[in-house]
Design a protein around this ligand. Structure first.
Ligand SMILES: Nc1nc2c(ncn2[C@@H]2O[C@H](COP(=O)(O)OP(=O)(O)OP(=O)(O)O)[C@@H](O)[C@H]2O)c(=O)[nH]1
Length: 351
């Protein structure tokens, strides 16, 4: 039992979901008779449920992918795993596959806010004994509880979106990995492989948008803070339904939100940001009626996190000063002479 305890201590030392996942798999892998461990990601694409490996053992090492799930060539329809599909549909705790050729597979879905996006898969060469299942479930429970604690610390209490602290961590990591992929020739094929097919004239890139509710102070002043809070919750819901699951949405504080749009072209970015703006404009907010948002966005490939955020903010304030309820792209504003490009200042470091 001692090695398991040591592994649990190591596992709960992580402050990152993916590292925690690797750590739990490494713990499970060390148990006797286990031949294979994987973490599967469950997601839907065009209404069809899929599953793909996110962490698995390769040459004796646990490896993970952070690539876009929908574009992963290893994805399979969830229907290929009937026992797991049945378990997910019935909100089950675990599922055992029918044994095939001496392979016994156990699935443990990770339920979070009544949703499942991760499932651990444990394979062994003989049937799972009751004692073994007890040990596995014990380790899994610790992992699941710790995942939800981590999740809680990463989110804003009012809207359930990721908070500013999480943005700071994820965005600096995102810009660092972007820099690495641009400077490392070895990484180029990986990045190309993981991105959706680009239009030959339009590169696929990442985009950062800052969203701010227009005249939100008036909402609070006229209807009170409770209605103001409800507007924030409803806009967070519209944000969640307007973007894809691998995009990231943060509440930055007050009535300001940030969206990180992954792997898409400039024209698609314009389209989806405007689609979100129109969805807000058309929504009938209880008591309050109509609310609008302004949005400034920029590509995340050039500059430090501070510069990128500053440029999106400049575009947002341009939108605010020129009528609100609109989407402005920083590069267009600079190209048309409406904004002066900010001079890069590598000395400034806020992250
Ligand atoms: N209800 C509620 N209000 C908040 C919260 N956080 C910030 N606010 C309010 O958001 C308002 C922001 O007002 P301003 O920064 O003046 O901006 P605005 O009225 O939206 O005007 P523009 O941005 O110029 O369109 C203030 O009244 C804050 O009190 C919150 O969590 N709940």
């Amino acid at each position: 039992m001692k090695p398991i305890l040591q592994n649990l201590v190591e596992m709960t030392g992580h402050r990152d979901h993916l590292r925690l996942e690797v750590s739990v798999l490494s713990t499970l892998q060390k148990l006797s008779s286990i031949t294979e461990v994987r973490a599967l990601e469950l997601f839907t694409d065009a209404g069809v449920p899929y599953v793909r490996p996110r962490t698995w053992v390769d040459n004796g090492q646990l490896v993970s992918t952070d690539s876009e799930a929908a574009a992963d060539p290893r994805r399979e329809p969830l229907d290929n795993y009937p026992a797991l599909r049945g378990c997910v549909d019935t909100h089950g705790e675990s599922a055992l596959a029918s044994p095939r050729k001496g392979r016994y597979v156990l699935w443990l879905p990770v339920w979070m806010h009544d949703k499942v996006s991760t499932c651990l898969e444990i394979t062994q060469s003989r049937p799972f004994s009751a004692h073994k299942l007890d040990v596995l479930m014990g380790v899994f429970q610790v992992y699941q509880n710790y995942q939800s604690l981590l999740d809680y610390s990463e989110r804003d209490a009012l809207t359930g979106l990721f908070n500013r602290k999480t943005f700071d961590e994820q965005f600096s990591r995102h810009t660092m990995s972007g820099l690495a992929s641009r400077t490392s020739a070895a990484n180029e094929s990986l990045v190309a492989d993981e991105s959706p097919v680009a239009n030959e004239h339009e590169p696929v890139q990442q985009w950062l948008a800052v969203v701010d509710i227009d005249h939100f102070k008036q909402v609070n002043d006229r209807f009170g803070h409770l209605y103001g809070d409800e507007v924030l919750i409803l806009i967070a819901n519209i944000l969640r339904s307007s973007f894809r699951s691998h995009d990231r949405i943060f509440r930055f504080g007050g009535e300001e939100f940030v969206v990180l749009l992954r792997s898409t072209t400039l024209s698609t970015a314009h389209k989806v940001f405007n689609r979100f703006r129109l969805a807000v404009q058309e929504y009938n907010f209880p008591q309050v009626g109509r609310v609008t948002v302004s949005l400034g966005f920029v590509c995340t490939t050039k500059g430090s996190p501070v510069e990128i955020l500053g440029q999106a903010d400049q575009a947002l304030y341009y939108a605010k000063e020129h009528g609100r309820n609109q989407v402005c792209f920083y590069d267009d504003l600079v190209a048309n002479g409406h904004l002066a490009a900010k001079v890069a200042n590598d000395d400034v470091e806020l992250f």
